[in-house]
Design a protein around this ligand. Structure first.
Ligand SMILES: [Zn+2]
Length: 302
């Protein structure tokens, strides 16, 4: 049976039969890969601990008919400190969830993403920095590798440079921040579309079959315009914007700006990080077309 080796982190597991596990791995060599860990659920099995989530292993796999089988497993890293801090562990599980969802799109970047993921897991486990800020930095790195990094410096509507005075909202559909002028234009379009939508509905009811089809066509067009103005924008304050910009370049400068004699500065900063993360989380979920579940536990903890 042909064999091959991988260096990989466990990002998902589920049980198979009585004693086995199927592990979703993200490997440096191939990106996302699924393999069977035989006997991983037997008490005292050598592979048992190594098959747990977030472990990094060097593996030897045998090619199987459907799924490959792990034949040798050497543990490299466990991120043991994560197991002592529920908040940090939850963020790390969120990284694993993101990897499962976006991993298939990262095959060409597998080496770079694997290294970044392990670095970020290590920082989450051992660094004293705010875990929410570390997470925000990781999210930006992921979005960059996926080629969907949000635009933070220029308005995605008119390309004008953004300033503290003109920035207004984050637009999920356009993938970046919009200026005040464009935000209001979108709002006006949405309001006008709503009127068109109502008129189209009345028209559809009163018209014959052919006209009903035309009315419905106008309505569906109006609905997508309404999405622009109402459902895909979220307000962003200058401090939240600043947080995003600095997390995007991985700068700790903003932390240094805190005056230790001004505890309200620190509180405002924590609030801005939470708000910035919420915007990025929604953007990621918008792009994924699904909710990230690991964060539900996080929401209960914060
Ligand atoms: Zn604009």
């Amino acid at each position: 049976m042909p064999t091959f080796s991988l260096t990989a982190i466990n990002v998902g597991t589920f049980n198979l039969g009585e004693a086995d596990k199927i592990i979703t791995l993200f490997s440096r060599e191939k990106g996302i890969h699924r393999a069977v860990a035989k006997g991983a659920r037997k008490p005292g099995a050598r592979i048992s601990g190594k098959s747990e989530l977030l472990n990094v292993n060097r593996l030897l796999l045998a090619k199987g008919k459907n799924l490959d089988i792990i034949t040798q497993c050497e543990n490299i890293e466990t991120f043991a400190n994560l197991r002592h801090d529920l908040t940090r562990l939850t963020y790390a599980l969120y990284y694993a969830e993101l990897t499962q969802v976006f991993g298939p799109g990262l095959a060409d970047e597998s080496e770079r993403y694997f290294d970044r993921l392990c670095l970020s897991m290590g920082l989450m486990a051992a660094s004293g920095r705010d875990p929410a800020l570390l997470c925000l930095e990781f999210e930006f790195a992921l979005l960059q590798m996926l080629g969907i990094k949000p635009e933070l410096n220029f308005c995605v509507g008119c390309r004008d440079p953004l300033t503290e005075k003109n920035l207004t909202a984050f637009n999920y559909e356009l993938g970046g921040l919009v200026c005040q002028k464009c935000f209001h234009r979108m709002r006006r379009l949405a309001a006008a579309s709503e009127i068109v939508e109502e008129e189209a509905e009345e028209y559809a009811i009163e018209s014959q079959e052919e006209n009903i089809r035309l009315g419905l066509a106008a309505r569906s067009g109006a609905r997508s315009e309404a999405m622009d103005g109402q459902r895909t924008n979220v307000y962003v304050t200058p401090l939240v914007w600043k947080r995003m910009v600095l997390a995007n370049i991985g700068s700790e400068q903003i932390d240094m700006e805190i005056n230790p004699n001004q505890p309200q500065d620190a509180r405002a900063l924590v609030g801005a990080t939470v708000a910035a993360r919420r915007v990025m989380q929604s953007y990621i979920e918008y792009k994924a077309g699904k909710r990230m579940r690991a964060l539900d536990l996080l929401a209960d903890l914060i």
